[in-house]
Design a protein around this ligand. Sequence first.
Ligand code: TRP
Length: 354
Amino acid sequence: MSEFKPLVFSGVQPTGNLHLGNYLGAIRKFVALQEKNDCMYCVVDLHALTAQLVHEDMIGQIRSITAAFLAAGIDPKQHIVFNQSQVPQHAELAWIFNCVARIGWMNRMTQFKDKAGKDREQASLGLYAYPSLMAADILVYRATHVPVGEDQKQHLELTRDIAMKFNMDFMEKIRPTGLGIDITVGDEPVHAYFPMVEPLIDGPAPRVMSLKDGSKKMSKSDPSDLSRINLMDDSDAISKKIRKAKTDPDALPSEVDGLKGRPEADNLVGIFAALADKTKADVLAEFGGQQFSVFKPALVDLAVEVLAPINAEMRRLMDDPGHIDAVLRDGGERARARAEKTMTEVRDIIGFVR
Ligand code: TRP
C-alpha cells in the first residue's frame, strides 16, 4: 500500500495586524516545519472577502503577512509562499466542493455561527461557503498536514468529510485512471484520490491572552492596542506594553499549580516560556518567589531579543514592495503548476470534456 506524499499547507488571512499570538501560535510553527517537510504557506486573500467585501488596504495587508512569513524565517525558494488569488484553481475546486458538501454539514460550522452573528440573512454566501474554499486550498495540492489553531479543527474535519465523500462517490471513476491510492480510513479500505488531512495542533504554542485581561484571547480586534504586541511594534512599544500589562500584587509561585486563578500571571509566564522555548515549570523554577517588578523587565528583554530582529526585517521588506510582489509571483507560478495538475485530474475523474 502506498501513501500520499507528505505536504504541509497552511493559510493566514490578510486582515488586521499580526500579533504575538499569531507569531507563537502559527508562524513560528510554520518556520519549524520547513526543516523536514515540503511546505506551502498561503495568504488567503479570497477568504478575506467573506466577512467584509471592500478593504481599504488589501495590497498592504497581503504584503505585510508575506513580509512576516519571510522575516520570521520561511524560505520562499525551498518552499512556496504565495497569495491565494493568484491560483484560480482554488476557486474552481471550491465550486466542485460546494457540490460535494451538504448544507447540513455547513450548518454545523461554529465559526460561521459566530461570525454571522444574529443577522444570518445578511451574511455573505461566501462566509457560509468559507470552509469549502479552505478544503479546496488544502486538497488542490493533496496536502496531508495542516498546522492550525484549535479554532480551525472543525474546518479540517469538514475537509476530511469532503475528501471522503468525493473519494467514495467517484471511486469507480478514480480506479481506472490509476491516480488513486489505497488507504484505510478507520477500518475501511478506500481507493482515494484525496488524502485525509491531519491537523497539526499540538506543540509548544500557548494560548496567548490579552495583556489587559488574562481571560480573553490576544486579538487584533481588541480596541485597546495595549492589549497586544504587534509584530510591527518596535522595542519601545514592546517594552511599554509589557510594563503596562495587567498583573496581580503577589509574587510569582514556584510551581505551575500556583498559577491557577491568576490568569494574568499565567499568561505572562506562558509568553516567557514560549519565547524562551522552555516550559512554564522552567520559568517558575527561575522566577518563583520574585515580584513582577523583577519578572517584567526580564520578559521585556526576552521579547525584544526575539521580536526586534523580526520587526526590523519586516520593516526592511515593507520598504521594498517590489521584492515582496516578486516572491508572491514566483510562489504563485509554482503553486499554479501543482494545482493545475490536480485540477486536470479532477476534471478527468468527473468526466468534463477537454
Ligand atoms: N481559516 C483559516 C484561519 O482563519 C485560514 C485558512 C484558509 C487556512 N485556508 C486555509 C488554514 C487552509 C489552513 C489551511 O485561520
